[in-house]
Design a protein around this ligand. Structure first.
Ligand code: CA
Length: 219
């Protein structure tokens, strides 16, 4: 998942980014209101972690700006312990949850995972493609109603491919799906993952269109 962290305290921002990258998320950092708006204008994020006290304004302005544009990206707000009215205002303005500073990094991760699961479920409860049932909210795939166990990278590739099952997905887009795993993606990495996915899910489940990319098969 691709996350935007809006935080001006450099040490905290670094710790948060490291922790989220360690959990296989791709993370961008904005240190103020204007940077956050610029990032949100150009990039589709799966979640925003939003500090409310920013050097060039109030994080709530970012939240209101998002909701006015009908962007439904989930937002987890972060605020200081003594500013309870701010928390209430944040939830009223459309935040999904809040964290109180100082917060535990594992708790942050758990809250983020819960929000992402809820968002996945609301948006996209289940995809049926041939013999496969793919359930994004729980990272589950079933073949003929039998659950198949995938590694996180295999899941990331299958999830990306199955968003638009009739579309040809370029290899570069599948490489993006692995971007958050914090390692170099070698030229043959995707082909290797796809061939393991075929071994688990069925040979015809993913087609290779040489020179173009990959597509879900109809098996
Ligand atoms: Ca701050």
């Amino acid at each position: 998942m691709r996350l935007l962290i809006v935080e001006d305290e450099a040490d905290l921002a670094q710790a948060v980014c490291d922790h989220l990258r360690g959990a296989s998320h791709a993370v961008d950092l904005a240190t103020g209101v204007e940077q956050a708006k610029a990032a949100l204008s150009t990039t589709g994020y799966d979640l925003v972690l939003l500090d409310l006290s920013l050097p060039d304004g109030d994080g709530l302005d970012v939240l209101r700006w998002l909701r006015q544009r009908h962007k439904d990206v989930p937002v987890l707000i972060v605020t200081a312990r003594d500013r309870i009215t701010e928390r209430i205002a944040g939830l009223d303005a459309g935040a999904d949850d809040y964290l109180v500073k100082p917060y535990d990094l594992d708790e942050m991760l758990a809250r983020i995972s819960a929000i992402l699961r809820r968002a996945d479920n609301d948006r996209d409860p289940e995809r049926r493609i041939g013999a496969l049932r793919i359930i994004p909210g729980t990272h589950t795939v079933l073949r003929n109603d039998i659950a198949v166990s995938l590694t996180r990278k295999q899941w990331a590739i299958l999830e990306r491919l199955s968003r638009r099952p009739d579309a040809i997905v370029p290899k570069s887009e599948l490489e993006d799906a692995l971007y958050g795993f914090g390692e170099e993606v070698e030229s043959n990495t995707i082909e290797a993952h796809v061939s393991r996915l075929r071994a688990k899910l069925g040979r015809g489940t993913i087609e290779t269109l040489r020179g173009f990319g990959y597509r879900m098969g109809k098996e």
